[in-house]
Design a binder for this molecule. Structure first.
Ligand code: HEC
Length: 103
């Protein structure tokens, strides 16, 4: 089925989540950055990067997601970037919780 390859329409990710990642993470997590070779590397293209980000989150347990664990400083050489009570954290968390659990 061709629809499997159609880009996922996800305006919440594109308009709210991705800009937070660009602002707070891209300096290290993109080409040329110190975390460029990890599983989390941004390319300035929200549609292209969505699947990579989805692979780092657990919709059934959003706070346990690798993405949020690292963002709050758990085993992260990048340090604590987002506080767990910040608008940015909660925006990402709510997006994760809205995803289907079977991916
Ligand atoms: C100052 C640089 C820096 C910033 C800013 C930064 N990180 Fe990182 N991050 C790293 C480094 C270096 C690693 C690889 C070593 C490690 O895991 O600590 C890493 C690893 C990770 C990993 C694990 C990737 C893997 O392959 O296991 C995730 C997920 C992650 N960071 C998420 C984030 C998120 C989300 C943000 C923004 C909210 C962020 N990081 C901001 C430096 C940074």
């Amino acid at each position: 089925m061709r629809s499997e390859q159609a880009p996922v329409e996800d305006p919440i990710f594109e308009n709210y989540v991705y800009p937070i990642l660009e602002t707070n993470c891209q300096s290290c997590h993109s080409k040329g950055g110190e975390a460029a070779t990890t599983r989390f590397a941004l390319t300035w293209d929200a549609k292209a990067d969505r699947a990579m980000v989805v692979a780092l989150v657990y919709p059934d347990y959003p706070d346990g997601s690798l993405l949020l664990q690292r963002a709050t400083g758990n085993q992260h050489s990048g340090g604590s970037i987002l506080a767990a009570d910040s608008v940015e954290y909660l925006t990402i968390r709510n997006w994760i919780a809205s995803l289907p659990s079977a991916r």
